[in-house]
Design a protein around this ligand. Structure first.
Ligand code: ATP
Length: 376
């Protein structure tokens, strides 16, 4: 971890289905974007994992891959999973969940913002101002004992929800710090909203009380709270009001798909799973086996996730060029989406995966783009 020479090792999992198709152009974009900066370099290491690997070898995440991912500075994970490849108990192959648990990646970061040209289903003109981040606790909650659920005598079933003080404190501190960082970037106050069900469940009352304790350490950030059912409604009625939403694992799982829906397509929804020392960056969508191999998958969620990785590495290691590089990738995607001819099929356009990625490559500030990728 961390290097004096600022050479960063990136563990790359190509994934299943459309995974390899969207990984290849993303790495080309990362190479091109980073080649224009002095002061850091990237070194990619491809590691096997996933449903295809499980089918072929019986292991979804080999120990060697896990060890090498742990030793890397960041992990870039493409779409993983295949519907017809499952463990013996019928559950899906999800090494991304194992990575979250093994590396203690407690903060699942799901940015929700409206890119120009994206087909936000909300008709309210304020929808263009939507720009919030959902922080989903990713190591406990209802997923804490996900392999221990029981069906007893075919009569009843139980699952256990776990909230710990130590993880909740770290989760809330992360969320308040992120609000602070965004407030500085955007020149307006930051706000964190705790999303829970504290009116019904003791575990969520505990969650909320820890949130209120931690809020006292961030007096410059506004804090409030909402019940998850109301939040589901408000994410449709007034999503432009939110800055950071922080919530339990299962609630976050559901609300993050709602967030992706607001953005207009899963194909442009990036994500990060962040802990104290490690982080995984992955598109929100699955491996889309229905379109795999056709060259039509939207690569932008993967490219945006790679941009988030650069920004995170920059903050983590105090390298401003990395932050600038990450912002440059986000800006290039924004420019591509602003051009109707820059859209893939899921967004109502005609571009294939490679053409869309090429448009992003040409729109990178360093590649002399005039901000209008018409040429593509
Ligand atoms: P998972 O449970 O693994 O998240 P899922 O069952 O929700 O997966 P996805 O694989 O995400 O399903 O696909 C859902 C739908 O969205 C499919 O019709 C798929 O083709 C489409 N889709 C997903 N990702 C993309 C993408 N990058 N580009 C275009 N379409 C996509």
């Amino acid at each position: 971890m961390g290097t004096l020479s600022n050479s960063f090792k990136i563990a790359v999992f190509e994934g299943d289905g459309i995974g390899p198709e969207i990984t290849k152009p993303t790495l080309e974009i990362l190479k091109s974007a980073s080649s224009n900066y002095e002061g850091f370099s990237l070194d990619f290491e491809f590691l096997p994992a996933g449903a295809g690997h499980y089918r072929d070898t019986g292991s979804a995440l080999p120990k060697e891959s896990m060890d090498r991912a742990r030793a890397a500075d960041a992990i870039l994970l493409s779409a993983i999973g295949l519907p017809d490849v499952r463990y013996k108990d019928g559950t899906e192959i999800r090494p991304q969940v194992d990575l979250r648990f093994n590396l203690d990646l407690y903060a699942g970061v799901r940015p929700v913002k409206i890119y120009p040209g994206a087909k936000c289903p909300l008709s309210d003109p304020r929808a263009k101002d939507i720009d919030f981040v959902l922080v989903r606790e990713s190591t406990e909650g209802l997923f804490a004992h996900m392999h221990d659920g029981k069906v007893v005598d075919d009569q009843y079933a139980t699952e256990t929800l776990k909230i710990t003080r130590s993880t909740s404190e770290k989760l809330f501190d992360f969320s308040f710090s992120l609000a602070r960082q965004r407030a500085a970037e955007k020149g307006r106050p930051g706000k964190v909203t705790c999303v829970d069900k504290a009116n019904i469940f003791r575990s969520f009352w505990f969650f909320r009380s820890i949130f209120e304790e931690r809020a006292k350490s961030f007096p410059d950030v506004i804090s409030d709270a909402a019940y998850v059912d109301a939040m589901a409604m408000w994410m449709v009625q007034k999503p432009w009001d939110f800055d950071i939403l922080v919530t339990e694992n299962m609630f976050g799982d559901i609300l993050s798909d709602l967030g992706a829906g607001i953005m207009g397509s899963l194909g442009i929804a990036p994500s990060a799973d962040i802990g104290d020392d490690h982080a995984v960056f992955q598109p929100c969508h699955g491996s889309a086996p229905d379109i795999a191999g056709q060259g039509v998958a939207n690569p932008l969620a993967m490219i945006l996730s790679a941009g988030m990785m650069m920004t995170w590495l920059g903050h983590q290691h105090g390298v401003p060029q990395l932050i600038e590089c990450g912002q440059g990738i986000d800006d290039a995607v924004t420019r591509v989406l602003a051009n109707e001819r820059g859209l893939t099929r899921d967004l109502g356009g005609q571009l294939g995966t490679e053409e869309c990625a090429l448009a992003v490559l040409e729109a990178l500030p360093s590649n002399g783009s005039d901000g209008n990728p018409e040429a593509s």
